[in-house]
Ligand binder design. Structure first.
Ligand SMILES: [Fe+2]
Ligand SMILES: [Fe+2]
Length: 311
């Protein structure tokens, strides 16, 4: 596979295929209508969810500027979920073709149907699907899905990413101010828990050769590099929503967001997820290279000035 379909376009709302796709999604679960969330004007999570209530530059801004920052932060979260679900579909299609038993192929068809349903639930919340197909994290996941072999992919996508997704989606669902979106996120969380559990059954550490291990190590190192760099997306949204930040304001924002502590907690969680599946030497090697050490707020700010992290 050379293209995971990150930029696969959507059909018009009136296309005859739309009701068929919608009917299959309703077979799996019914969710509240997206119209319920319209009064929020795109502000789906409050400032406190992102820690922005503690940021002086945000607190001093006019309410409409604050709303613009929060709407952009929300688009960042929804866009990331959209891209991951879209990649999840490609992942299931690939793993289905690579299956070594009928049950394994059946399993990936069922999981793929979950991901198709999730994608349908998230899509109406996006202002611009093509904007969601950008960013270093999304590019990293797409690259892995396109190039990885079976066991490397099961580990990266199901053991690590979907395990991470459990904490991530729980936080998103609990903090969400939009009732219909929150209900959808709760359904997604339930399904992702099952997908993560399946990954533990399907992953075979003994079958991971040196080339595949190098692939896993490289992708994990790059993923952890993004987590180490702290809330770059939140500070980026703040910068654009407020029409710019001074160097001092940017540096202060990372301190006020408690960037190092939050990144440290996430990195510890990720290390737990990666440990105990037969790749512990690989994980220890990453730790020795500093992959689980969060950057200081000052280093996060320097990175924000230098451009997007990821490599
Ligand atoms: Fe999903
Ligand atoms: Fe999933």
């Amino acid at each position: 596979m050379s293209d995971a379909g990150l930029r696969l376009p959507h059909l018009d709302a009136a296309h005859r295929l739309q009701p068929l796709v919608g009917a299959y999604a309703r077979r799996r679960a019914t969710v509240p209508d997206v119209a319920l969330d319209a009064p929020l004007g795109g502000v789906f999570w409050p400032a406190s969810f992102f820690g922005l209530d503690r940021v002086a530059a945000f607190a001093a801004a006019r309410p409409e500027r604050q709303a613009a920052v929060l709407a952009e932060c929300a688009q960042g979260l929804v866009g990331e979920a959209y891209a991951v679900e879209k990649m999840g579909l490609a992942y299931c299609a690939r793993l289905g073709l690579l299956a070594r038993s009928a049950e394994e192929r059946m399993y990936y068809a069922h999981v793929g149907a979950d991901e198709a349903t999730h994608l349908g639930w998230v899509t109406p919340y996006l202002r611009d699907p093509s904007a969601a197909a950008c960013g270093p994290f999304v590019a990293l996941v797409a690259g892995a899905v396109e190039a990885g072999e079976r066991n490397a992919l099961v580990f990266l996508m199901q053991v690590v990413l979907e395990g991470w997704g459990l904490t991530h989606f729980r936080r998103l669902a609990e903090g969400c101010a939009a009732p219909a979106l929150a209900a959808r996120l709760r359904h997604i969380l339930r399904d992702e828990a099952a997908h993560h559990g399946g990954g533990k059954v399907l992953f075979e550490a003994g079958a991971v050769g040196p080339g595949e291990a190098a692939f896993v190590r490289d992708y994990l190192r790059r993923f952890l590099g993004m987590v180490r760099a702290g809330p770059q997306a939140v500070v980026g949204a703040l910068e654009r929503g407020l029409g710019g930040l001074t160097r001092a304001e940017r540096a202060r924002a990372f301190v006020e967001l408690d960037a190092e502590r939050h990144a440290g907690e996430r990195l510890a969680l990720l290390r737990d997820l990666m440990t105990g599946h037969g790749l512990d030497d690989l994980v220890a090697g990453l730790a020795d290279g500093g992959a689980f050490a969060p950057l200081s707020a000052a280093d996060c700010a320097a990175l924000a000035e230098a451009g997007p992290p990821g490599e």
